[in-house]
Design a binder for this molecule. Sequence first.
Ligand code: PRX
Length: 656
Amino acid sequence: MSEIQAKPVFKPNKEFSKNARIKNMCEYHELQDWATEDYEGFWGSFAKEKITWIEPFTNTMDESNFPFVKWFEGGKLNVAAQCIDRHLDTRKNKAAIIFEGDRGDKQVITYLDLFYNVNKFANLLKNEFGVQKGDRVVIYMPMIPEAAYAMLACARIGAIHSIVFGGFSAEALKDRIEDAEAKVVITADGAYRKDKPYMLKPVVDEAIDAKSPVQKVLVVERNNEDITWVAGRDYSYNELIKHQSTKCEAEVMDAEDPLFLLYTSGSTGKPKGVQHNSAGYILWAQMTMEWVFDVKENDTYWCTADVGWITGHTYIVYGPLAMGATTVMFEGVPTYPDAGRPWKMVEEHKINQFYTAPTAIRVLHKMGEDEPGKYDLSSLKVLGTVGEPIDPPAWKWYYEAVGGSRCSIVDTYWQTETGGHIVSPLPGATPIKPACATFPLPGIMAEILDPQTGERVEAGEGGYMCVTRPWPAMIRGVWGDNERFVKSYFGDVKKDGKPVYFTGDGAIYDEDGYITITGRTDDVINVSGHRMGTAEVEAAIKKHPNVAEVAVVGKPHELKGEGIFAYIVLKSDSGIADEVEEVKAINNVIKKEIGNIALCDDMVFVSGLPKTRSGKIMRRILRSIAKGEAITQDISTLEDPSVVAKIASTVQSCVI
Ligand code: PRX
């Protein structure tokens, strides 16, 4: 049984609560009770109210083929129209996107501008490239407005986008292109980071070989660096877009037509193509924007994520635009030219809601503790965090120095698979505790269960974070692999004999029923809020010809939350003379196979790995050694117990 310490409680700001959509915990409980008593009535009612349907749905939910669940069947809509067209009557001249480039260049894109830009983009894809409903389009883009146009253009014509984060390597991009059988890639020549141009198009060139399904590549010319153009395959967006009409009829889509794929790490070496469908996803994206950030008509909202991750999908593009908000998009890095950049932007754009990751908060705290005090941050009302557990010191600084002890911090817990937040404070209602995701959102039947019994755990006892009923934004499938979908999410925990959705995270209730997420229970590590499968990193390292065996684990990291720690057994005949060179060589393989985001923080060469007699690597021991913890596990069952002491002496920090 693990203990959880009592944490201080911070009540919402009274003035804020008065005008909030959900004003107090009574209102929260009323909503949650409604959902508990009449689940379909709850969701059906919000779906009718929030979505502009082309044709109304006839059936709220069909779970007869669980976990293949259908929401809002019979309903027809278009997600791009939900995000743009329906706002044109009232918000034509309102800023939809405020863009700020790395170098400080700014652009305001109104809802009418967005409508024209997306329609032209959609016509380009349809008419010049022959993209049709259901086709997959890979987007490999920097954080520029054209990335949002590309997503919405796909949604407008019913193509399924799959965004690949710009930090992934050519190999990683290639795998994702091939798995999705994408026929088009949208990219940019490059973009700017820390005032310097960097390139993306050469990575795309490397990812496409003669066998690739890709027929066309569209290149947004952002930094006009020299790139290679392949005749008949590569086209300039800047040229083609000039000739497109601003009228493009939105494709009529079924509620359950796929909207996008987003590849994420799991416990095997191969990333999963998480599939989200149209109506359920956009409904929850919009509802959580309204409830969790409580964005008002004249507010300006900024989420610092990259569109390459789910946070960028739901909370830079789809959620804000579906509710008709003004969303800020930022190309640069938060510490350039100095650690005051985000606060300067808050002051300049009068940002009301600011949403970022604990890693960014830790870095900004470390590099510029006093920077927030230099700017007028009085516009801020709600601060958000996402992606990894936030530690109390970072929370405190965020609350006091950035939020002036006046703003609620919404510690939003969710995942690529959940589409939107599932456990989070409501800023006008929930008394918050530092580093605590608090309660399930209304409509989400999230519970911490005992994996053995499927019973709800008692306060102070750790358990598995599960969702016991399907919700509209739940993952609809793993692209091309139904079996993996069922096995990955619905195999581990049963409640009342029925499988439930298991997030892969551990969690704990405190005495007041507050939920704190304790981290992954599987072989996924969370590096700067980015999910990395240990198996994926191991598979990359194994490609190095000198490597015989490898085991990768996570290790606490001061800034990144978790760092990557690799134990490597080299082949006996590898004849390595220089370990430093070998580390470099292996890191180069990781860079090539996955990208810089997966580089190891620690790499140690060991003579063997701790294995059971059946050959299973005992990662718990390796995790303890990496952390410098005493080994408390029974090692007598290992094939060769002496290996533990050998590894520990190699890793200097270990106390055995
Ligand atoms: O371990 C949880 C952690 O991030 C994982 C999901 O990663 P990904 O699908 O990349 O999505 C990140 C953005 C939603 C989760 O399984 N996580 C996410 N939010 C929190 C968190 N851990 C603790 N607290 C959070 N607020």
